[in-house]
Write a protein that binds this ligand. Sequence first.
Ligand code: PMP
Length: 401
Amino acid sequence: MTLSSPWRTDFPGILALEAEGQTYLDSAATSQKPQALLDALLGYYAGGVANVHRAQHLPGERVTRAFETSRAKAAQWLNAESPGQIIFTRGCTEALNLLAYGLEAQFHPGDQLVVGAAEHHANLLPWQQLAQRRGLELVVLPLDEDGAIDREQAARLIGPRCRLLAIGQLSNVLGRWQPLAELFALARANGALTVVDGAQGAVHARPDVQALDCDFYVFSAHKLYGPEGVGVLYGREDALQRLNHWQFGGEMVQVTDYQSATFRPAPLGFEAGTPAIGAVIGLGASLDYLQGLDATAVTAHEATLHAQLLDGLAQRSGLRVLGSPQVALASFVVDGIHNADLAHLLGEQGIAVRAGHHCAMPLYGTLGLSGAVRVSLGLYSDSADLERFFNALDLALELLR
Ligand code: PMP
């Protein structure tokens, strides 16, 4: 069945790449941008910029209003109780590092931090390094065959020493949703904090932080059809109060003299220095764009296309998909062929996919692999993209065998 995306023409970047002979199947790394975002960026920069929060003049007030409106939009997008729970960061990576530094004082030697076996380095290394700094134990929850965290083992491993559970909602390698509700029930029963890395999850299902009942949720705008350089850290009100300040400078201070200072609460107390103002305003425009789409139609489109991707891969002999991806992507290996060679030959034919360890080296270690080729879809992807991919794949496999 030929499936076209009704939203494809909203994305000038995907059309430009197509005109150049490029088929973009790397949206899990970063997404193309809707025209609405480009318009917002141009409007902001061409309309006369100013810095936020510190001006008494009209341009400063106007920009501050637009900036704070984006905060309200992000809060609404996540179903947070209030915009004050939204901290803008540079992205997921910075948000998770903020948490690892900001929460450091909460933990004591012997405490356990718990992560999943499929974490992206961004949701592993900040906790690993925190564990090393504070003499904590990092516990890793193993996966079942499909690539979800094994519930029985999790029930055994999440115990009274667990002080924090940090889980990627949707693996960027295995494309599998994690059973967050069950895991968080275990964590809460033990009084542990809960963190969701929503880098991939936020893109393929509208997050609802109140329904998730998590303490913290992070995502990066650039994967969600927004600009680079901005991300969001949501925190539950009482959890935010447990955070220590971590970056120091302009705007985050209440009062200071040469020797000591008091700091503002969240969110501004965690946004030291001039933020990525244009990007934050752009994120607001991307969220508006997404709000305007028929979410059911987007989900149905992505599901049909994903099924076509899995079907096509299943038809190729000697090819193995990792885990059982549920949405948006598939990572695969081919017997006797190195993933880099395959991605190289695909790249030469204008197919943009990503090979390697996808910033999940320990996961690949447990799978006994050095890497894989990952195909990932966006809401603008269509079956013509997949047809070009499969034609190129067949030719590459013929050449490499
Ligand atoms: N977590 C996951 C699951 C990701 O896929 C990524 C990006 N590949 C990140 C975290 C880090 O996001 P960023 O590079 O935007 O900080």
